[in-house]
Design a protein around this ligand. Structure first.
Ligand code: BES
Ligand code: ZN
Length: 647
């Protein structure tokens, strides 16, 4: 399932002093946030680190990228905030620690704890209150989950290798020993050595051209949490798109990339006009090979993006608005624990929608909203079927579960609808002023759901308590499903598609040639494919395909939905193209529904298994895990027995 998950309890952060009482139990420490003078509790079950005892403040990272061995050889020098304790603890997973030095001793003692399959091992280093920094020399392993190493033939250019990282949610520890929870922020500098001819870029200040030394320097002056640490290295070119915006891509893709992101500078300006200044100076995007497991990742200053949004018509660039919006919701105001993930994603979807409305108009943004709403309804149904109704709450309790397993539409789209409900009740002017103030009051801090509710009460709801009661905030956040006051999304353009679907498929009173597609945007086509009736048969799919040519579409969203329907109805004519798609694209959002649809029958499961074997080298660890779990869960009885019989 695409259940995301994680953490429990109320984590916290900010710049607090290390004044905890030594007697306080580890997972229940009260610390003072010096920025707000609030007393807060720390509890992050997905990190071994104890930031309330000793917390990092800055990282100097030195990395050599070794493509031959598919490893990073590195030293992480961590500067420590003032502390009284005698230990600093880092999260690590699969790192080979070579040595540890401290500022006051040449080498210092450390222990590496036992390995947990989800959490990794705690690296505990003995320090004194005088210790200013610790310096850890280490190597990663080729199977480090955050890292994806690609052979030249897996890239567009086919001549140079490529590597990238994906740290969210708890994978930063597989390439950097770090205090790996969203509640700990630090600044960083890095020095990265690459093979000749390959450019490196990070979530930091970035080079735009190759140099002769093959050494690149990076600086991130604003404090960020570890899940936003990012590194990419490949045959990359840079193109400026606007005064503060640009794009990196392989040379073969750079023209198309530049065109696709032509509205990015406008998006940034509209975003600032809505919710205040962009505080990260530049906003650039790097297009990765199609193996990237997500659509986009909001690494500060440098969003990592899938090339599957490059269509030639800018129709899928809402994803860029989304990652850009994270520069406020997520990167500035950060979810305190992964239980509060909706604070990152729900606010971001709301902000994304507002950017799209400002750039393309309300009709357009309502089409996007309606498409997402349908996705949410589908997922709600799945949650109910799988008896996972508790996962339909905005505030989650994910203790003991892996946050990387999945991300659900609840955080994104129920979160969005909640904020839209507030906007519709209090009016756009008041709600926009509230949000702008929220981002500025809480910049570079973490937010718990509870602290947000408190802030919302004081700064918006209390202005009209009668209205507040009607909004049912508690039900939205702590209740399951969608409350009755859920906003209604209206799209005339998509209503027209419903009409065609009804008349052509259900009433059967028109010919396919009478479906007039003049003026349809990609979203009308996506909606059409997503809403093909369950009753559609293979013959009818062939007729539709002949008219619309969906099997040959160059739009990945259309392909994703079409292949899902093809697999549901065993429409074999699309299977060749579907297999090519599944082998070349590693984006989990597309893979999961298609594999799921295939796995409904024993023959489909066999095919899925065969395709997965071919595709696996092109999938990142995050996607591999999801698909392997799915194949295992849906394995037909006879196959399971057969395998068991063979030992
Ligand atoms: N931060 C997320 C991706 C993510 C979430 C990675 C959880 C690991 C764990 C990113 O901003 C995101 O939401 N991406 C979406 C974009 C879409 C909603 C426009 C994606 O990848 O599909
Ligand atoms: Zn997001």
């Amino acid at each position: 399932m695409r259940l995301l998950p994680i953490i429990a309890g109320i984590l916290f952060l900010g710049t607090y002093s290390c004044k905890t009482k030594p007697t306080t139990p580890v997972n229940d420490q009260v610390v003072e946030d010096s920025s707000s003078n609030l007393l807060m509790q720390l509890n992050d079950p997905h990190s071994y680190s104890k930031p309330s005892e000793c917390k990092v403040s800055h990282l100097d990272l030195d990395v050599t990228i070794d493509f031959d061995h598919e490893i990073l050889v590195a030293t992480a020098k961590w500067h420590l905030a003032p502390h009284k304790g005698n230990k600093v603890i880092f999260d690590t997973k699969g790192l080979e620690i070579e040595k540890v030095r401290c500022s006051d001793n040449k080498t210092c003692k450390y222990q590496l704890g036992s390995n947990d399959p989800m959490m990794g091992s705690a690296l505990s280093i003995d320090i004194s209150p005088e210790t200013k920094y610790v310096s850890i020399t280490y190597k990663t392993k080729p199977e480090a989950e955050a890292l994806m190493w690609l052979q030249p033939e897996q890239t567009m250019g086919k001549t140079q290798p490529f590597m990238f990282t994906q740290s969210q949610a708890i994978l930063a520890r597989t390439w950097i020993p770090c205090q790996d929870g969203p509640g700990v922020r630090f600044t960083y500098n890095a020095r990265v050595k690459t093979p000749k001819g390959l450019l490196a870029a990070m979530s930091a200040t970035n080079p735009t051209t190759l140099n002769d030394s093959n050494i690149y320097h990076f600086e991130m002056k604003q404090p960020i949490p570890s899940y936003l640490m990012a590194l990419v290295c490949g045959n990359l070119q840079f193109r400026s798109v606007g005064s503060r915006t640009g794009v990196y891509a392989e040379p073969e893709l750079i023209d198309a990339a530049e065109y696709e992101l032509g509205k990015m500078q406008t998006m940034l300006e509209k975003a600032e006009a809505l919710y205040g200044p962009y505080l990260w100076e530049r906003y650039d995007v790097v297009f990765l090979p199609p193996s990237f497991p997500f659509g986009g990742m909001e690494n500060p200053r440098l969003t990592f993006a899938t090339p599957t949004i490059i269509t030639g018509d800018r129709s899928l660039t809402a994803l860029i608005a989304h990652e850009m919006a994270h520069s406020w919701s997520g990167n500035l105001v950060t979810n305190a624990t992964w239980n509060d993930f909706w604070l990152n994603e729900g606010f971001t979807v709301y902000f994304e929608q507002r950017i799209m409305e400002a750039v393309y108009g309300r009709d357009y943004s309502e089409m996007l909203a309606l498409l997402s709403y349908q996705g949410l309804l589908d997922e709600l149904e799945d949650f109910e079927k799988d008896s996972l109704i508790n996962d339909t709450r905005l505030k989650l309790d994910l203790e003991g579960r892996n946050p990387d397993d999945a991300v659900s539409a609840i955080a994104y789209d129920k979160g969005y609808l909640f904020l839209r409900m507030l906007e519709e009740n209090y009016g756009r002017t008041a709600f926009d002023a509230f949000l702008k103030q929220y981002f500025s009051d809480n910049a570079f801090k973490v937010m718990t759901t509870e602290k947000f509710v408190d802030y919302l009460n004081k700064n918006l709801l209390d202005t009209d308590k009668e209205l507040a009661a009607k909004c049912k905030v508690e039900e939205w956040i702590y209740g399951t499903g969608l409350p009755a006051n859920c906003p209604i999304i209206k799209s005339e353009k998509l209503a027209k598609i419903d009409q065609y679907i009804n008349e052509y498929f259900l009433q059967a009173n028109m010919d396919i040639g009478q479906i007039d597609t003049t003026g349809w945007t990609a979203h009308e086509y996506i909606y059409f494919v997503a809403n093909l009736p369950q009753s559609i048969g293979r013959e009818q799919m062939a007729v539709v395909d002949q008219y619309f040519h969906f099997t040959q579409s160059s739009n990945a969203e259309i392909l994703g939905k079409w292949f899902q329907t093809a697999a549901n109805h065993q429409y074999q004519q699309a299977y060749g193209a579907m297999e090519d798609f599944l082998i070349s694209v590693g984006r989990r959002k597309f893979l999961t529904p298609i594999y799921k649809a295939l796995c409904q029958t024993p023959e489909g499961w066999e095919l899925a298994q065969k395709i997965y074997t071919k595709a696996r080298p092109n999938y990142h660890a995050v996607s591999r895990k999801t698909i392997e779990n799915l194949l295992e869960k849906t394995q037909p009885h006879s196959v399971a027995q057969h395998k068991g019989g063979n030992g």
